[in-house]
Design a protein around this ligand. Structure first.
Ligand SMILES: [Zn+2]
Length: 438
């Protein structure tokens, strides 16, 4: 009798086994619009309203969010935990940030906080970076809870308040004060994305970031002799600085092969000729500030005794920052130049890819896009994941949408937007990642 009943129940169990996708997709779009409309601009990184919205969504399925204020005036971080089968395993962390960079509304054609949908695009600050990914993570986790799917290990959802500065009040603060609630084995965050033109011309590639470049900021200061500009002198601080900058930028390509870049080459063949791929495959130096002159406004007829410049250097994982700096010093080789380090890179190296989670990501992407190449990549900018890699976690950056290079470049710009159909497909990919085996 018991056997017969379970056989009879089977069809309805199967029907209930998957999400009601049309309804789930529409709700996710609605929540994303609501989320983008909240002005969680950093500074001041007041994320109390965004945290309330996310907490409300989790509460609707019986998941309780814990809110942590890291600083006054609403700097709020949020944690939600979904218990897994084996509570002894370290969790999978779904990492995201609620803050967004500021806007110049006069430069926007759309309302930057309108979340307007037009011609299949959703416009607004944070739509790409990274409110869409956060809602994909949230939706997938909520579906697991609703369908009674118990993940192999705990899933922890963490939304931070200040990734867009240095993360010290967000991920950094949570790591420092609430590590016992985190301690992840795996981290999924923003980073890599799908594209047909960003990585390699004409190939559908999903980059899964396994490492961020190291940030090395150097201030160069040239000291010379001041004097009347009518009589040029050899130790003009500006001339000394200019020569030093030129020499600093003449750096040779690293002869040490980078394992991630080598693998990218094997999988992709030709790299697309754009600034993203240029930065991904090598160490880079950008001259970002120059400061000199006497008086305000600076006098044209005075040779100053001091001139300063900052170099924003980005190094591949595995490159020694000390070595890079001492090479710069050796090339400049001028006692009139002094060096100040404005950042102190601490390189955890890239995350390995021979993991069950990487395999689950690959499988989930291939289910939607069988022809896609899923490729571990390095990303040129920094993310909060790096803080967790330093603590021994394996971290991957996955934004499960296909965008072209031009759309990706709208991140932080005055026309930030995402293709809505890609957001919807990404909901499926994220759900499939979370229902995978890891
Ligand atoms: Zn971001």
């Amino acid at each position: 009798m018991r056997l017969i009943i379970s056989v009879l129940l089977l069809p309805s169990l199967i029907a209930a086994a998957g999400p009601d996708w049309p309804k789930v997709e529409q709700h996710a779009v609605d929540v994303l619009q609501e989320y983008v409309r909240i002005r969680s601009i950093n500074p001041p990184a007041n994320t109390s309203e965004t945290a309330k919205l996310l907490a409300r969504e989790f509460a609707a399925v019986g998941l309780t969010a814990k809110l942590y204020e890291s600083a006054p005036n609403g700097r709020t971080n949020l944690i939600v935990r979904l218990p897994g089968k084996d509570r002894t395993l370290r969790p999978l962390l779904l990492l995201n940030h609620m803050d967004v960079v500021p806007v110049d509304p006069s430069r926007w054609k759309q309302d930057p906080f309108g979340a307007q949908i037009e011609n299949g695009m959703l416009w607004g600050r944070g739509s790409l970076d990274m409110k869409s990914t956060a809602i994909q993570q949230l939706t997938a986790m909520i579906q697991l809870k609703q369908l009674g799917v118990v993940p192999p290990r705990d899933i922890v959802f963490l939304s931070n308040c200040d990734e867009e500065s240095d993360g010290s009040m967000g991920a950094g603060w949570m790591i420092e004060h609430h590590w016992d609630e985190l301690n992840p084995e795996f981290v999924l965050d923003e980073g890599g994305i799908g594209s047909r033109d960003l990585y390699s011309p004409g190939k559908l590639v999903f980059g899964v970031s396994v490492g961020d470049k190291q940030v090395l900021w150097i201030k160069l200061r040239a000291t010379g002799t001041s004097g009347h500009a009518s009589q040029p002198i050899a130790d003009n601080a500006n001339d000394i600085l200019f020569r030093a900058i030129a020499k600093a930028k003449e750096f040779p390509k690293s002869d040490k092969p980078n394992l991630v870049v080598e693998q990218m080459r094997r999988q992709l063949g030709d790299f697309a000729p754009n600034k993203f791929m240029n930065a991904v495959q090598q160490n880079t130096i950008s001259l970002t500030t120059l400061r000199s002159g006497v008086g305000d406004p600076p006098k044209v007829n005075v040779i100053p005794s001091i001139a300063e410049a900052t170099l924003d250097c980005r190094l591949l994982p595995g490159q020694s920052a000390e070595e890079f700096l001492s090479d710069i010093k050796a090339r400049i080789n001028d006692p009139h130049i002094t060096y100040e380090l404005l950042s102190h890179p601490d390189d955890p190296g890239p995350s390995r890819t021979d993991t069950s989670l990487f395999h689950a990501i690959e499988t989930a992407i291939h289910k939607q896009h069988p022809e896609a190449l899923v490729v571990p990549v390095i990303i040129p900018y920094g993310t909060d994941t790096q803080k967790f890699r330093k603590r021994g976690a394996v971290g991957y950056g996955v934004m499960p949408m296909i965008v072209d290079a031009a759309t990706l470049a709208t991140m932080h710009s005055d026309s930030e937007h995402i293709p809505l159909a890609e957001f919807r497909t990404g909901l499926h990919i994220y759900f499939d990642i979370l229902t995978g085996t890891w």
